[in-house]
Design a protein around this ligand. Structure first.
Ligand SMILES: Cc1ncc(COP(=O)(O)O)c(C=O)c1O
Length: 351
């Protein structure tokens, strides 16, 4: 049996020794009192790499998105999100529950794309003086990479077209860029280009970048000045958070380029899995570090449980299993995982 191969998510990585050293050496202060220089350095760097004026360090991607929605929208406003958006499905309906913001969906196709014309026809402009109660669409949210659509990387042109539609209708644009560097690496561009027309963006240090904790929200100075007290309001003000910012800074400096290794490993994994009878998957859909597949003739939950017994961990639903490659899984472990899946599928199919 191989050592545990954890493919549940790219959030499972452990900080590497030099990252831990950077954390120990970090210059610290009380960030709520605007006194932590490590956080300030990180925020400046995060703003620069996303092509924005300013940034705000937060504990999680969920909180970064929540603060973005609360900053862009007032109570009773509407935000458009993709039908497969993480904000819609996995963030505890924070924006509606805490901000009185209604979420309206436009379809993501299976590769994560959103049609700009559909966004155009979904945006609603509140008409002053009318009593019909039509909500105002204050915000359009995009996600890149698109997690539930296979980790799809959405090209800059599509992001630009949708942003133009939103802006023409008076709505702002927020990008949930939890894995924006995976998108940039896959599309051979940079994060700033992908986010060029966004009014705000969030990204995570604790996914493919391999830091233990942390996300940022970036935007104009004016936007971040409004977001900062909202972060405090939702409990996201942190004190000596430079210890976390130092890990994030290390991640930004050392773990962006290597994301391409994760993408190669995802392809390797998909190539291996597709050769197993009883596994349905489209190799051409693998864009970044995620591999989704459907087990055929076997219960997915049974497959997941049997794989876990053999040390291969994955996530997903009974019908759609997800494996994610990351910093802590090597090419050799990918080959091992494929062999374990082959054996387990054969056993279950015959049993
Ligand atoms: C696309 C996307 N956005 C936001 C998040 C939320 O990040 P966190 O788990 O740090 O709250 C995730 C987490 O997996 C994600 O995949």
């Amino acid at each position: 049996m191989p050592d545990r191969i954890d493919l549940r998510s790219d959030t499972v990585t452990m900080p590497v020794p030099p990252m831990l050293e950077a954390m120990v050496a970090a210059d610290l202060g009380d960030d709520v009192l605007d006194d932590d220089s490590s956080v300030k350095v990180l925020e400046a760097e995060a703003a620069a790499v996303t092509g924005k004026e300013a940034a705000l360090f937060l504990p999680s991607g969920t909180m970064a998105n929540l603060v973005a929605l609360l900053t862009h929208c007032g109570r009773g406003d509407e935000a458009i999100v993709g039908s497969e958006a993480h904000i819609l499905h996995h963030e505890g309906i924070g924006a509606p529950a805490l901000g009185g913001i209604s979420l309206r969906t436009v379809a993501n196709d299976k590769n994560g794309h959103i049609d700009a014309d559909q966004v155009r026809s979904s945006i609603r402009e509140a008409i002053p003086g009318t009593a019909e109660g039509i909500p105002r669409t204050a915000l359009v949210c995009l996600e890149n990479t698109q997690n539930r659509c296979g980790g799809a990387a959405i090209p800059a042109a599509e992001m630009r077209d949708i942003a133009e539609v939103a802006h023409n209708a008076g709505a702002s644009v927020h990008v949930d860029g939890a894995r924006i560097f995976n998108a940039a690496v896959a599309l051979e561009t940079d994060a700033a280009t992908l986010l060029e027309n966004a009014d705000s963006a969030s990204f995570c240090f604790s996914k493919g970048l391999g830091a233990p904790v942390g996300s940022v929200l970036t935007g104009s100075v004016e936007f971040i000045d409004r977001a900062r007290p909202i972060r405090r309001q939702v409990g996201g003000g942190m004190r000596q958070s430079g210890i976390l910012a130092a890990a994030a800074q290390y991640a930004l400096e050392h773990h962006v380029e290597r994301l391409k290794d994760d993408h190669v490993n995802a392809r390797r994994l998909a190539d291996g899995l597709v050769s197993i009878s009883g596994i349905k998957l489209a190799v051409s859909d693998i864009a970044t570090n995620m591999v989704f597949f459907e087990p055929e003739g076997i219960q997915g939950s049974e497959l997941q449980a049997s794989l876990a017994e053999r040390g291969v961990l994955c996530s997903g639903t009974p019908n759609r299993i997800r494996m994610v490659t990351h910093l802590d899984v090597s090419a050799r472990q990918i080959e091992e995982a494929i062999e374990v899946v082959r054996e387990v599928v054969a056993t279950l199919a015959n049993g």
